[in-house]
Design a protein around this ligand. Structure first.
Ligand code: ATP
Ligand code: MG
Length: 435
């Protein structure tokens, strides 16, 4: 166990301004304090405030039990299966309020009644309340375990997190392998924070990642879905992807994609996925909407494309092949990361659209632009064209089709309906066929 002493940094020695803290978060901690409980901000919000970043959300912590929290705030709802906590709502903002808890390694036998570990050492329930020091030590990374006391603006640090924050180091608290075994998602969180903060993974924190990566197989697919979305929709998807691959975590999440990429790289580097992730990052930085459907369509495109190619080699049409390939790939993928139907359905449409966009004759082009998924399908085609996989002329045709007036649209359609270039099979990749 780490030997750390308590350090308190007074308000005058750091740059957190009270203005950066949400009113709702202030009301929650003040409400707790007025009732005689501890009420502090903790975790990512303190870390982000210290770094001069805007926190995504605010988490509070207290020594009050969830029932006591509920008694204090009318809008409080108790939630959570793995551990219980309260959500306190102020208007549109929700503040998560947790009761101090202890980590399993900190708890002696007689308090461990609620603590359940799986055979692999995975933490199944950790509803054992503790004190603030214990609460700090059960958190994942030192920079995520800082407490902010709004009364005097001091930062309370039990784990040397301030030092790491200054140095730009992401360090797991306690014995790395034990902490990853307790909750394998911490491996993904390590990558997410390293990419987002631009922090260096401390040596011992990084050391067990490759070996323990397979533990992700024990994590419920629904939880992995949430985590994957956070990984790739956090604004740093490109770096995150590189790190996930470097530490062999990506293959645990998307084994089919990983196989597809390995196969492909023997011939020439693949750029669709990195491009898609870079696009996602720029959309997020421009505050444009992003959807998990497009993200997962891009992540799984390589195995879908390879499978569709096999089916086409057996004589199926491009559209039917894509639809069947989608089935095959999704069936396997859902065992690892659960993709809710509201996303997997549009994903299939985006893929099928890749065949539909090639058939532009008659009224087809006119009805296709009206399709709910046209925009996503077209954006996906652009990605494929930019990656050297789809015909750039086809992409340009659709770009122009959207810009010109009705008469010109008809002229464009009559030109392609002329018969010269109707359905065009995608370029065949060397490896896709054994011949
Ligand atoms: P974000 O900016 O993504 O919100 P965050 O650090 O606030 O980052 P949350 O998932 O909101 O992350 O969790 C809040 C805090 O709870 C973390 O800072 C950390 O202290 C603790 N925590 C969350 N998940 C875990 C975990 N799996 N194991 C240990 N501690 C965790
Ligand atoms: Mg948070």
């Amino acid at each position: 166990m780490n030997k750390h002493s308590l350090k308190i940094t007074p308000g005058c020695e750091h740059q957190i301004s009270q203005d950066a803290i949400s009113q709702a978060a202030l009301q929650v901690v003040e409400g707790l304090q007025q009732a005689g409980f501890d009420g502090l901000l903790v975790g990512g919000c303190v870390r982000d405030l210290m770094l001069g970043r805007e926190p995504k959300d605010f988490d509070a912590v207290t020594n009050a039990t969830p029932e006591e929290i509920k008694g204090l705030f009318r809008s409080a709802r108790l939630i959570g299966r793995r551990f219980r906590l309260a959500h306190v709502r102020f208007g549109r903002e929700v503040i998560e309020v947790a009761t101090y808890r202890a980590a399993p390694s900190e708890v002696d036998e007689d308090r461990g009644g609620h603590m359940v570990l799986s055979e692999e050492g995975r933490l199944l329930h950790d509803n054992v309340y503790g004190n603030q020091t214990e609460d700090a030590r059960r958190r994942d990374f030192t920079v995520n375990a800082l407490y902010f006391d709004t009364r005097d603006a001091s930062v309370i640090d039990h784990v040397n997190g301030m030092d790491d924050l200054r140095k730009g180091v992401l360090r797991i608290i306690g014995d790395p392998a034990t902490r990853y075994r307790e909750d394998p998602v911490r491996m993904l969180r390590a990558i997410r924070f390293a990419a987002k903060l631009g922090f260096r993974l401390e040596k011992k924190t990084a050391a067990p990642l490759r070996e323990l990566a397979p533990l992700l197989q024990d994590v419920p697919p629904a939880r992995l879905f949430e985590e994957v979305v956070k990984l790739f929709h956090g604004g740093y998807a490109a770096e995150t992807y590189e790190l996930l691959r470097q530490y062999h975590l990506f293959e645990q999440l998307f084994p089919l994609t990983d196989q597809g990429l390995a196969l492909e790289e023997e011939h020439f580097p693949l750029t669709l996925l990195p491009r898609a992730l870079a696009n996602t990052d720029s959309r997020i930085s421009e505050h444009k909407p992003v959807t998990p459907a497009f993200l997962f369509a891009a992540v799984l495109w390589e195995p879908v494309r390879i499978e569709a190619q096999h089916l086409m080699d057996e004589g199926s049409s491009w559209l039917a092949s894509l639809q069947d390939a989608a089935e095959v790939v999704l069936r396997d993928q859902l065992r690892h990361v659960a993709i809710p139907k509201r996303f997997s359905f549009p994903m299939r449409e985006i893929w099928a659209m890749q065949a539909r966009l090639e058939r532009r004759g008659g009224k087809r082009a006119f009805s296709l632009v009206e399709h709910k998924r046209f925009r996503a399908g077209y954006d996906f085609l652009l990605l494929r064209a930019d990656s050297g996989e789809a015909d750039p002329e086809l992409a340009q045709w659709w770009t122009r089709f959207q810009e010109v007036d009705h008469e010109e649209k008809q002229r464009m359609v009559s030109q392609v309906s002329g018969g010269q270039r109707k359905r065009r099979r995608p370029r065949k990749r060397k490896h896709a066929s054994p011949h």
